[in-house]
Write a protein that binds this ligand. Structure first.
Ligand SMILES: C[S@@+](CC[C@H](N)C(=O)[O-])C[C@H]1O[C@@H](n2cnc3c(N)ncnc32)[C@H](O)[C@@H]1O
Length: 301
């Protein structure tokens, strides 16, 4: 068994094998800048398994018995930084423009379903932000437009006959568990203004718990964006700060999968440091007050 204090030296071929395996498994690409991080996490996992070479570790990962260890390694390689209302101008664009457009079009077709997917949701702040914003947008929409049906009493968060589904997925089970719990310490709440805290959270001791009615709108699930089988028929996809860890080939594949996973004229929101430039010409860019989104272009015929 390897000593917990000793770092084994990883050879170039071993590193290459493991780097390729991780890329094939989840799309994360470790270039020169991030190689140190990959090596550090490999050292930690190797020690946990007690194996005495990186080649043996590679063999474990590629074996049937190594599936759990491969999942653990991938979890250790993910960066899970997130926050409520991250990139406020983009959230405002979604709230004021995107949802307004979708609600208008859907209402005229008498289609009262709305499906949003937060792909790479981490600990849940992104999908819960979307849920709160959708609730507000629907309430405001029906202040200005007559409701197609009678509003029940007490007033529900989502006016009938609307059905709102927010799917939130990640490759990391630990963050999915935290997201499902939906309880956040005070220091995570700084971007959430008091009107939102009052309406959508319960205070439990010094923590904030997402109210059950909001939580019920969000469904958490495991999805690896590297695979072909991804959730279909979405009106909006949010995938922010995930593609930055992929190489260009994988980013292109992911964007064409997102195209197929969106309904006609659906919207895609990506991270502030990400762009579709050079990756796809099947989306039009929408830019408003420093917020950016992309809308699926429909081909005639
Ligand atoms: C930096 S966080 C971004 C969270 C949130 N979207 C945001 O912008 O605040 C990136 C998330 O993507 C997830 N991720 C990375 N590779 C993935 C993959 N292949 N499939 C699904 N999720 C992945 C990570 O586990 C992590 O939780």
């Amino acid at each position: 068994m390897a000593s917990p204090s000793l770092n084994l030296v990883i050879t170039e071929p071993e590193l290459k094998l493991l780097q390729t395996l991780v890329y094939q498994e989840c799309g994360m690409f470790f270039d020169e800048r991030r190689m140190h991080f990959l090596q550090d996490r490999l050292q930690r996992r190797l020690k946990t398994t007690g194996l005495n070479s990186f080649y043996s570790y590679y063999q474990l990962l590629t074996s049937r018995e190594g599936r759990a260890e491969l999942a653990a390694l991938v979890e250790n390689l993910t960066v899970n930084e997130t926050s409520f209302f991250r990139n406020k101008p983009q959230i405002d664009l979604f709230h004021k423009k995107t949802l307004e457009d979708i609600l208008n079009k859907k209402q005229s077709r008498r289609d009262y379903s709305l499906r949003i997917w937060s792909a790479g949701c981490s600990t849940g702040q992104e999908p819960y932000t979307l849920a709160m914003v959708v609730c507000d947008a629907l309430a405001y929409y029906y202040l200005r437009n007559p409701l197609p049906f009678e509003m029940p009493s007490p007033k529900p968060l989502i006016p009938p006959p609307w059905k709102v589904e927010i799917l939130a997925s990640d490759i990391n089970y630990s963050v999915l568990r935290a997201a499902q719990e939906g309880i956040y310490p005070d220091h995570h709440m700084e971007p959430v203004d008091y009107a939102y805290r009052l309406r959508y959270f319960d205070k439990i001791g010094d923590k904030y718990a997402i109210k059950k009615a909001v939580k019920d709108l969000v469904h958490f699930d495991f999805h690896n964006l590297k695979t072909e089988f991804l959730p279909q028929r979405n009106d909006v996809i949010w995938c922010r700060n995930v593609m930055i860890y992929f190489d260009e080939a994988e980013q292109k594949r992911l964007i064409s999968k997102f195209y197929r996973c969106l309904n006609a004229e659906g919207y895609l929101f990506i991270g502030h440091a990400e762009s579709l430039f050079g990756l796809s010409d099947k989306f039009r860019m929408i830019h408003d007050n420093n917020g950016t989104a992309y809308q699926r272009i429909e081909v005639a015929g």
